[in-house]
Design a protein around this ligand. Structure first.
Ligand SMILES: Cc1ncc(COP(=O)(O)O)c(C=O)c1O
Length: 368
C-alpha cells in the first residue's frame, strides 16, 4: 500500500494507518537466530523499557489487552457475583473480562460532551458487593482521576484503569494507566504500539506484580516446580512479539506528534461545520487522541458519501447496555448519542496528513 493520495475520487484512504519497517524485521530476525521465540529475555527487555518510558515500577506483558484486564481482575481476587463498576461506553472487552470471572458489570453512563464515565454517578452504585472500579480512558481521554481518588479513599475500593486506548496519553498527574492499583494497555493493530496482538498490565505495587507474573504462568514462578500454588493460566507474551514492540518504543515521539497533528487538522478544518462535531480531547493537558472521532446526526449518509469518495470510516462500537447478557436497570441517554452518531475518521500514527486534508475537503462539501 502506498502513502500517496492520488487525485481521483477512487483513491482509498483507510480509516487506520500504522506501518512497520526494517528495524522491526531486523530485531525479529535477531530473536529467531538467537532462538528466543517464547517469553524470554526480549519480553523482559520490552517490559523494562516500557515501564521506564511510562515511569511505572512494573510491567507484565501478555497476549492481549483483554487478557490484561482479566489478569488485573484475577490479581484483585475478583470472584463470582462481585460487582465491578464500569462505564457503558467502552469496547466490550472491559465487560467480558469481568464476566469471564462470573463477576457483574455495573454500568454507568458517560457525560454529555465526551464518552467518559460520569464519576458523579459512581457513589450511588457502590454496594457491599462492589469489589473494583474499572474505569476506561477512552481514546486517550482521562477520566477525572482526582474525583476517583476521593471515592477510592472513602470506600477503600481498588481501581483498575483500562488504558487500552491510552498508552502514552497523559493528564496533569502523569501517564494514564499508572495512577491506580493496576493499569492495562493493548498492543493490538489499531494501537500506538502494536505487535499484532498483545497487552500489558502495569502496577506500582510489588505484591500485585508478583501475583500478575504467577497468574500469567499457571500460578508458578517457572515451569520447573514441585508445587501448584495458585490458579493461573498460560497468558504469556512471546519474544517474537516483544522484538516487534520493542522497536516501536523508539518511535513513540514521532507517532505522538502525528496523532496530535491529525487531531489539530480535523479541529481546525471542521470548526463551525453545521453538521459535524469533533469529539474533544485535551491536547494541552497531555491527552493523546488515538482516533479521530466525530458525531454526525446523519451518519449513514455521511458514511456513504465518504465511501463513494474512497474514504473508509468506521462507526463507533455499540454501548455495553445493548448486550443481552449484561444486567442493567438504567437508561443511558448520553451513551446513545455516541453510539448512534459517532464515527472514526481516517487516522493512525502513519496516516499521511495529505489524506487527512483530503478528507477535510470532502467534509467541508458535506451539507444538508
Ligand atoms: C477500551 C478497550 N479495552 C480493552 C480492549 C481490548 O484489547 P485487545 O483488543 O488487545 O484485547 C480494547 C481494544 O481495542 C479497548 O479499546
Amino acid at each position: 500500500m502506498t502513502n500517496a493520495v492520488k487525485k481521483d475520487n477512487k483513491t482509498a484512504v483507510p480509516w487506520w494507518r500504522i506501518s512497520f519497517g526494517e528495524p522491526e524485521v531486523q530485531k525479529l530476525r535477531d530473536s529467531v537466530l538467537s532462538e528466543h521465540i517464547s517469553a524470554g529475555p526480549v519480553t523482559e527487555e520490552f517490559e523494562k523499557q516500557l515501564a521506564d518510558q511510562l515511569d511505572v515500577a512494573y510491567a507484565v506483558a501478555t497476549t492481549s489487552g483483554s487478557v490484561a484486564l482479566l489478569m488485573a481482575l484475577m490479581a484483585l481476587d475478583i470472584q463470582e457475583n462481585d460487582e465491578i463498576i464500569m462505564p457503558n461506553r467502552t469496547w466490550i472487552a472491559t465487560a467480558h473480562a469481568a464476566l469471564m470471572l462470573k463477576a457483574k458489570p455495573v454500568l454507568i453512563d458517560v457525560v454529555k460532551d465526551v464518552p467518559l464515565m460520569d464519576v458523579s454517578a459512581i457513589e450511588e452504585k457502590i454496594t457491599s458487593k462492589t469489589k473494583a472500579i474499572l474505569l476506561v480512558h477512552l481514546n486517550g481521554r482521562s477520566v477525572d482521576m482526582k474525583a476517583i481518588e476521593i471515592i477510592k479513599k472513602k470506600y477503600n475500593i481498588p481501581v483498575i484503569e483500562d488504558a487500552c486506548q491510552a498508552i502514552f496519553s497523559k493528564n496533569p498527574q502523569g501517564f494514564l494507566g499508572t495512577q491506580s492499583e493496576i493499569g492495562c494497555f493493548s498492543l493490538g493493530t489499531t494501537k500506538l504500539i502494536s505487535s499484532g496482538q498483545g497487552g500489558v498490565v502495569v502496577t506500582q505495587n510489588k505484591g500485585i506484580y508478583e501475583k500478575l507474573k504467577a497468574i500469567r504462568n499457571h500460578g508458578v514462578k517457572d515451569n520447573f516446580t514441585d508445587h501448584w500454588s495458585s490458579l493461573g493460566f498460560n497468558f504469556k507474551y512471546t519474544d517474537l512479539q516483544a522484538s516487534f514492540a520493542l522497536v516501536q518504543l523508539t518511535r513513540v515521539d514521532g507517532r505522538i506528534k502525528r496523532l496530535k497533528d491529525i487531531y489539530r487538522e480535523y479541529k481546525e478544518g471542521l470548526k463551525g461545520h453545521p453538521l459535524l462535531r469533533l469529539v474533544p480531547t485535551k491536547l494541552e493537558e497531555g491527552e493523546l487522541p488515538l482516533y479521530a472521532e466525530i458525531l454526525c446526526l446523519d451518519r449513514r449518509r455521511l458514511t456513504t458519501y465518504l465511501e463513494l469518495n474512497g474514504v473508509q470510516v468506521r462507526p463507533l462500537p455499540p454501548s455495553l447496555d445493548i448486550s443481552d447478557y449484561i444486567q442493567k436497570k438504567d437508561e443511558f441517554p448520553n451513551s446513545k448519542l455516541f453510539a448512534n452518531n459517532g464515527m472514526y475518521l481516517p487516522c493512525g500514527p502513519d496516516q499521511p496528513l495529505e489524506n487527512v486534508k483530503r478528507v477535510i475537503d470532502l467534509l467541508k462539501d458535506f451539507r444538508s
